[in-house]
Write a new protein. Structure first.
Lengths: 524, 172
């Protein structure tokens, strides 16, 4: 019966096909690989509705303020080993400011005679600049009914396709993109506490585009960080704010020409949240924030506990994965840091395309520009990092009677010393500068596996898995890419274990520590 | 996938939607493992899309996006089941046939009806949708051995009735 699925391949709704931009190639590859199947129309329709809600900006990501801010937060959070305290700290600050801002706006609304502006404008905007942060505050005229709008551009840069779906998205030939999203109506501005805050910005240029007051916002270090460009257009008379976001690399003049050619049409009336809806949403947000805060406290406690010594195994010692009744044992039998990938077959790389441009003629790795970030995500230093390969020879033994399907890949866990000489998870991190467009050490995973069997098409997602026979022992080799100056900063662990580490919202620090399966140290 | 997850966490809506498109087949399989009708599966999936978009910033480990997402989906499926149970007896819940599998799926569901709800889901995910024990264990937050033993126990319980093609085509 399972095989019958294979006949449903290669077709999808046109609207889905046209909905992507940067990932179109991935989608085409996916179709080629025969992984596409037909889903019932009702499912496709409901998914499309959900996507549209997201595209229209109706669904907000928790603690998300703006794309600019997220770029900053992302940089800070991208190391999976660090907690979210920094982000939370900023979020908490923003939240406080947000309420203060809302209160000020409320006062403004009360004391400005409504007749003075009700007949004229939907909102009045004020802005405040503080360091690299910019806040727009909106005093809303609640006597006017919020609208719903559709935007269309008259001028589309060469190589870009028209916005056929009318969803405010324009795609270029080379993965460039421009979106007009979201459209902040007064109802939406009310929902986000009457303010939009941007952080990490360098320059705000005030201008006029499409007959509207406009701000062109440039993030700091835009080129190095491959940042998007943001343009805000404010229309107080018609009651909306447009946010145009363009991916890195688009010609600025073209973007401005595009932004100056917009036509906005009011297509209907919207509505403000009722008090009941607002209270429900705020309660949900408060509950989520509370849960996250609790999770962070537990994370801090876990960091203080550290990794138990008895859960760190040495070379030649077997790490037996005990959490299944069908355990396997992993042993590092040998390892070596090697400069060149000479002798390691290209076809055994999980994704050799990532290495394009990073290999010298002798198959050694080029250095890359690296940032050292503290646990809050702030840049401490920046330097060129020399790279090398780490070869790890392993042995896995199946202790089960059945034939298990075993994940054989390992990952690196960067650690730091505690005051008492033990090890705990490192909260600072080292990241490539985004402009390096470097993905060799992504998630500290192994990049090469000499015993892969799932190598074709969609099976490749199981590249590091193998079916083993009962009692079988298998020897295999993995390669990692590491920085030369960090050879002693990490432990190894099977990718399939220690998953509870991230469950701080549902488990105590002690429960997580006690549930760890273990790590392997190359120095032990 | 991990790059897409990272982009989605930055608030990149299109990256997030692409992620969902990449995973919608798996989502559908899981949803149908729990829910009888296509409409209910569609509701659970759509709700999951929105939940995941809201909460993806909380996901600490990009590599576990799919597991995280499927767990949210399973919770949504369970919510729908609970609502239905409160509203009407299970036998009255309308069922729409999954056209891709013909009549067989109805017969199969009928066959496994004596099993508990969780076991029925495991059986459906395993036998109808061909998911691996490892995947089921991960999504349902169970040990693989638990999934295996439930399959084994369930097969024994249904031994007399399950003489048709389902078990013969299975892997145990």
């Amino acid at each position: 019966m399972r095989d019958s699925r294979e006949t449903y391949t290669g077709r999808r709704k046109p609207s889905v096909e046209s909905g992507g931009w940067a990932y179109a190639d991935e989608r085409r590859a996916s179709v080629k690989n025969g992984r596409e199947e037909i889903l019932p129309q009702v499912v496709e329709d409901r998914l499309q509705e959900a996507y549209e809600q997201i595209r229209r900006g109706e669904i907000r990501q928790m603690n998300r303020q703006t794309d600019l801010d997220m770029e900053d937060s992302y940089r800070g959070r991208s190391n999976r080993k660090r907690k979210m305290t920094g982000r939370k700290g900023r979020g908490a600050g923003k939240s406080g400011r947000s309420f203060a801002g809302a209160a000020a706006v409320l006062a403004l609304v009360i004391f400005i005679p409504s007749a003075v502006y009700a007949a004229v404008v939907y909102f009045q905007k004020s802005e405040h600049r503080e360091g690299d942060a910019l806040t727009y505050e909106f005093a809303l005229n609640y006597e006017l009914t919020p609208g719903e709008y559709r935007v269309k551009a008259d001028y589309i840069p060469e190589g870009f396709a028209d916005d056929e779906d009318g969803d405010g998205k324009y795609y270029g030939e080379n993965e460039e993109w421009i979106t007009i999203m979201p459209i902040y109506t007064t109802a939406e501005l009310d929902r986000i506490n009457n303010e939009i805050t941007l952080s990490g910005i360098d320059e705000v240029k005030h201008t006029e585009l499409s007959g509207m007051e406009a701000d062109v916002v440039t993030p700091g270090d835009a080129e190095r960080n491959r940042s998007n460009t943001h343009i805000f257009l404010f229309n107080e008379e018609e009651g909306y704010v447009l946010q145009i976001v363009a991916g890195y690399g688009i010609d600025k003049k073209e973007l401005l020409k595009f932004s100056d050619s917009l036509h906005v049409e009011r297509i209907g009336d919207g509505s403000y949240e009722t008090e009941e809806e607002k209270a429900k949403r705020q309660q949900e947000e408060a509950d989520s924030a509370s849960a996250m805060l609790e999770g962070e406290k537990r994370w801090d406690a876990l960091m203080a506990l550290g990794i138990p010594e008895e859960k760190i195994y040495g070379v030649g010692e077997e790490l037996r994965v005990e959490n299944y009744d069908q355990p396997c044992g992993f042993t590092v039998t040998d390892y070596a840091f090697v400069d060149s990938m000479e002798g390691f077959a290209e076809e055994n790389f999980f994704d050799f395309t990532r290495f394009e441009g990073w290999l010298n003629g002798d198959k050694t790795l080029r250095p890359y520009l690296r940032q050292h970030l503290d646990k809050e995500g702030a840049v401490i230093s920046e330097e060129q990092a020399e790279q090398e390969f780490l070869r790890v020879d392993l042995k896995v033994h199946s202790y089960v009677d059945a034939d298990p399907d075993v994940a054989l890949d390992f990952a690196l866990q960067y650690v730091t010393k505690t005051e008492d000489g033990g090890l705990t998870w490192a909260e600072d991190s080292y990241e490539p500068v985004p402009s390096e467009e470097y993905f060799l050490q992504m998630d500290d995973s192994s990049v090469w596996f000499d015993k892969a069997v799932h190598v074709n098409g969609g099976e490749r997602s199981h590249f590091f898995f193998r079916d083993m026979k009962a009692g079988e022992e298998l020897e295999y080799t993995l390669l990692f890419v590491v920085d030369k100056d960090r050879e002693e900063d990490f432990l190894l662990y099977p990718r399939s274990v220690n998953n509870d580490l991230w469950q701080t919202e549902s488990m105590t620090a002690e429960e997580i520590r006690d549930g760890l399966e273990g790590y392997i140290s190359l120095q032990k | 996938m991990e790059l897409l997850v990272k982009k989605a966490k930055r608030g990149d809506a299109e990256a997030f939607i692409t992620l969902m498109e990449e995973n919608k087949q798996s989502m559908y399989k899981v949803a149908r493992g729990f829910l009888r009708s296509e409409e209910d599966a569609a509701d659970a999936m759509a709700e999951t899309v929105l939940n995941c978009y809201e909460k993806i910033g909380c996901l600490k480990e990009s590599a576990y996006f799919k597991t995280w997402m499927i767990r949210i989906l399973i919770n949504n499926c369970k919510d729908i089941l609970q609502r239905q149970r409160r509203q009407m007896p299970a036998e009255d819940i309308p069922e729409r046939e999954d056209e891709r599998y013909g009549d067989g799926i109805s017969e199969f569901r009928e066959l496994i009806e004596p099993l508990g709800e969780q076991d029925r889901s495991i059986f459906t995910l395993y036998y109808v949708y061909g998911m691996k024990v490892r995947e089921i264990a991960s999504y349902m937050e169970m040990k693989e051995s638990t999934v295996l033993s439930r399959l084994k126990r369930g097969r024994e319980a249904l031994r007399d009735e399950m003489s048709g093609s389902y078990v013969k085509g299975g892997r145990l």
